[in-house]
Design a protein around this ligand. Sequence first.
Ligand code: 5AD
Ligand code: FES
Length: 352
Amino acid sequence: MNWVKRLTEQPALSREEWRAFFAALTDESKEEIKHHAVSARRDHYGADVYMRGLIEFTNYCKRNCSYCGIQGSNRQVQRYRLTEDEILSCCDQGYWLGYRTFVLQGGEDPFFTEDRIVRLVKRIKKTYPDCAVTLSVGEWPKSSYQAFFDAGADRYLLRHEAASDKLYRALHNGESNAKRLQALWDLKEIGFQIGAGFMVGAPGQTLDDLIDDLIFLQALQPHMVGIGPFLPQSDTALADAEPGTLEWTCLLLSIIRLILPEVLLPATTALGSLDPKGRERGLLAGANVVMPNLSPTNVRDLYALYDGKICTGDEAAHCRQCIEKRIASTGFRVNMTRGDHPTRRNLYAIEC
Ligand code: 5AD
Ligand code: FES
């Protein structure tokens, strides 16, 4: 069986077929997969790498995901939340650096009620009507997602974390993933460009669990997929667990590019934290997005999901230059436009 051909032409593999695909992998076929992933990416996006300005606006969180450094029960974390004005000033700095997408990411912080998020989104969209706003603020009732969308939010990132209920429960104190998976379907139905995703090498994750993730992504057809290696954080119960690997993360990036050729796929900060050339390797495996940090430097290191996070001491302007050099030296080109999913581009062009 020529698996690369099969993945490009008929990417809906059954579980058994995925098992056979992984069992048949060789160094040679991995190279072939990478090569085809890069050309699929080139077919849809040329050499462009899209930039998103990330604002980590609160590290308060009421949840207790076992892998995450800012889980609510971690008493070692110094908590912070930015004010609305501080968030706007991050956007302002980002705007002048050329960013046209702002990603507002935070823990599930009860201070940021639906009304406060709605106000924030409206203010950003009013100040920067030519920018896309992406929310990454965890799980809410469906009515809140609708309120965020009506306020003008364009995109919503909610990594599904694990499509396998067993693994999800193991990582989230026994909680089922049903609500989280449903949330992604709801967000898509409301009209957001949605982003799902998971960690590679999460403690306890098996090949079958990863196959569940691929099958889920294939069914959901998200516009974005965020994957990065699991990296241990020293205050958590998983402090001594093995990190995910560069090889597996890059292989999965390539596979995701092949099964969702038009997807927006970041080379994540976690990948750059695992290896000094991680983000470059991600781009060379089929990724086409980077998300440099726009948060104020005095809070950067407090958003410590895992140990060894890069860029914590670097000003936004420095990251912008640094990442631009990395992208160029890898043979790609920075694209500072909103970078909507191809199926959504004309829609916004008309609106603007
Ligand atoms: N290692 C890698 N990624 C992590 N995340 C949370 N904790 C870690 C960790 N220890 C990821 C989760 C979450 C996203 C914001 O960061 O997948 O959805
Ligand atoms: Fe932040 Fe390189 S991207 S310093």
